[in-house]
Design a protein around this ligand. Structure first.
Ligand code: ZN
Length: 412
């Protein structure tokens, strides 16, 4: 059948040529000197493309885009809001805030901003009256400065009080908080020194009226004098942060150092004491705040401890402990052994899984900016559907020759 088509096509071609030849044989008019206007060639309508331009939190863009003809020049300018800086574009490699584009296809651009480093002048005061586990004052200061150096911005006045306590005496104590009672080994001089440090720090960094000052200070002194096993961060105001560690004899030296990193990270979590963020958290029965706060502190502590060369720390160690805690709850017949809450280790495993899944950037945990502007109740609030996957899967952990990782099917 195909072969038959060739002669037909040939006949048609010949006819067309003849026809056009015959047209030229009409009588030609006298030659004119006027050059004939060329027939206007209809130009095809130019291709059109869509530019979609939007912005993340912290700024605006000069245009939201639209439909443009191919080849058009479009200029887009990103302007940061007060307290933010422009950090680049998603959809372009340019780091300039003003971008000139030649339209050649559909394009989606997002202008990114991040909070400006507001201050690098946090105040850090360490009161360390008695060496704990042969860890020098210099080493604690180094733990502080290497942790602080990772922060995007620091605006805390941190008083850190670290001292040893002795052997376990009893569960609970002369306080409502869940600390246990240990032998007090600080001398009277050191205890009185802690009292005056606290008084001075509260006077300088808070607006507690003088009449109430000693009452407030005594709330903390009860722990010191009573031998409470504090491993605690107290957010006194948005920027006044108190870290108190009473380290029992039984605490391992690595745990001791890791606890210092963990508690200091809480001091860098800027929105912990923001009233508006607290209101959001309290109004939300499904809030993720507790486990995000604890998990980020512990994930940072484990990772930074490993960087500092502390043996038995790091992500595998974190997953090992988290799996152990989970299995213990399962063996006790707990109703929901996977539920995330104030357990820092299981929460840190959940944070780590968020990082591996791309649900949160590791950098925003490490620089503390996950705790700006209450992202834990907004972006990572209960309506973030990615977090349901995390809650359902964080405990799916494998061990291979002592190395703990998430099961590959949940990470991929
Ligand atoms: Zn904590």
């Amino acid at each position: 059948m195909k072969k038959l088509l060739f002669p037909k096509a040939f006949v048609l071609t010949v006819f067309l040529i003849l026809y056009s030849c015959s047209a030229e044989e009409e009588p030609t008019p006298p030659q004119s000197v006027v050059t004939p206007e060329p027939e206007p060639v209809p130009t095809p309508a130019p291709e059109q493309y869509t530019l979609t331009i939007s912005t993340g939190e912290g700024g605006t863009v000069s245009t939201e885009g639209g439909t443009y003809d191919e080849g058009m020049e479009v200029t887009v300018t990103a302007t940061s809001a007060e307290g933010y800086e422009f950090t680049g574009w998603t959809g372009s490699d340019s780091i300039q805030n003003s971008l000139s584009l030649t339209v050649s296809g559909d394009l989606t651009l997002v202008a990114n901003f991040s909070p400006e480093p507001v201050s690098s002048e946090d105040k850090f005061e360490l009161y360390y009256p008695l060496e704990v586990k042969e860890v020098s004052r210099t080493e604690i200061e180094n733990i502080y400065s290497t942790s602080a150096a990772k922060m995007n911005s620091r605006n805390a006045e941190i008083l850190t009080i670290v001292y040893p306590i002795g052997d376990f005496i009893s569960d609970g104590g002369d306080w409502d908080a869940g600390f246990s009672t240990f032998e007090t080994i600080l001398g009277a001089d050191a205890i009185s020194e802690i009292r005056s440090k606290l008084t001075e720090w509260f006077t300088t960094n808070t607006d507690i009226p003088d009449a109430f000052l000693s009452e407030v200070v005594e709330e903390y002194m009860v722990y010191v004098e009573g031998g409470a096993d504090l491993s605690s961060h107290f957010g006194v105001t948005e920027s006044a942060r108190l870290v108190m560690i009473g380290a029992p004899t039984s605490m391992g030296v690595i745990d001791f150092k890791k606890v210092i990193i963990h508690e200091l990270y809480h001091a860098f979590q800027q929105d912990l004491e923001s009233d508006s963020c607290r209101d959001l958290e309290e109004a939300n029965p499904d809030s993720n705040s507790k486990w995000l706060i604890e998990g980020a502190a512990e994930f940072f502590a484990q990772t930074h401890a490993e960087e500092l060369g502390f043996t038995g720390t790091g992500r595998s160690a974190l997953l090992e402990t988290a799996l152990g805690d989970y299995n213990e709850l399962v063996s006790e017949g707990a109703e929901s052994p996977a539920s995330l809450g104030p357990n820092a280790t299981t929460a840190a495993a959940a944070i780590y899984l968020m990082v591996l899944k791309g649900y949160v950037q590791e950098s925003v945990i490490f620089d503390g900016s996950l705790f700006y502007d209450c992202a834990r109740e907004n972006e990572y609030g209960s309506s973030n559907s990615n977090l349901q996957f995390i809650k359902d899967n964080w405990f799916k952990i494998n061990s291979d020759n002592g190395t703990y990782t998430f099961q590959s099917e949940i990470v991929n």
